[in-house]
Design a protein around this ligand. Sequence first.
Ligand code: NAD
Ligand code: MG
Length: 390
Amino acid sequence: MRKVSIFGATGSIGQNTIDLIARDPESYDVVALTGGRNTAQLVRDARRLKADVAVTAFPELLDDLRAALDGSGIEAAAGATAIDEAASRPADWVMSAIVGAAGLAPGLKALEQGATLALANKESLVTAGPLIMGTAKAHNARILPVDSEHSAVFQGLIGEDFDAVERIIITASGGAFRDWSLEDMAQATPAQASSHPNWNMGQRITIDSASMFNKALEVIETKEFFGCSHDMIEVLVHPESMIHALVGFNDGALMAHVGPPDMRHAIGFALNWPERRKLPVERLDLAKIGSFHFRDPDMVRYPALRLAHEVLEAGGMNGAIFNAAKERALDGFLEGRIGFLQMAETVEKVLTRMSVDTRLINAEMTLDTVSQTDHLARKRADEVMAEWQT
Ligand code: NAD
Ligand code: MG
């Protein structure tokens, strides 16, 4: 039996992971499941999968969690330290599916104990790519990408020589506002930004898809994970979301990964790697689909894409600043403090203001320095948003 843990088990990726594991319970020994406010779901899954420990991110929910698990023999725990402790428990395979920079510390802990890390939490690579990749190397641990585009690139590279790769193309659906004018986007509400044409995902990544911040994070994620230069990475709008990525080689060949927009493919690929096993995803009927469409992304409507390349060019702590400012700006948009387009303006202002602090930008990357930078960037984002409100 393989020992597995799922961080962010109650979310969209977490639930899809549980769906796959629950189909074959004899093969898995579940160590830890973590969640947030949805403790009812956490308890149901912990009982069903017979986890050793269930952890909520919120200490004030510990008593409820403990009461709900009474008599089950499952440990209850709460808070960020408890999540880190759960990540330190030996496991063969760990799903990193917490949303946001909060996924960084448990991901590092899982790598330190040598687990294979299935990485859905792109924010940890954006925030601290060299730290994550370096920790994996130091502990001889493997990271498998779960983001659909990165899983697709990873699959396209199997058996290939990376030196023969000329370009990596990741696709974008275009999100909720694919065909909206800039004027309409400026007025968009959180409810309008929270519906995705093709994918069913958590609310934050869905809004990030509408602003293309998700694709911007993925450009950075591509560079950090595959170690390629950022000018090899292209974004292509593909409204059907069936080609997830393409790898271009020096002989002109393009290898495309095609599949239905169902995260259980990428999750299952990482779960079964290096084997391929049957997965319960739709088999595409291409004749019925008939055609695929492509276009270049509009850099004016989606400034996040330009910012991603600027961040990669500048390097250092800029990824941590970019991600933290984006997370805070998204909070501001959800709380009605700023408009949809002001998210990118906030992030750009924070990057500009913090760029003068070269000591901070070029500091040695540790969990502490990254956390301090993250904290400061959130503060700066709040200052920028407050200036607009007065
Ligand atoms: P979600 O919002 O559905 O779930 C997030 C999970 O994280 C929940 O279990 C929640 O309780 C937990 N969580 C939230 N804040 C936390 C905190 N501060 N500390 C600890 N736990 C916390 O999100 P999701 O859509 O499942 O996305 C999870 C991650 O996977 C994100 O990094 C996202 O970018 C990435 N991802 C998601 C998809 C998708 O299809 N949903 C696809 C690719 C990548
Ligand atoms: Mg993706």
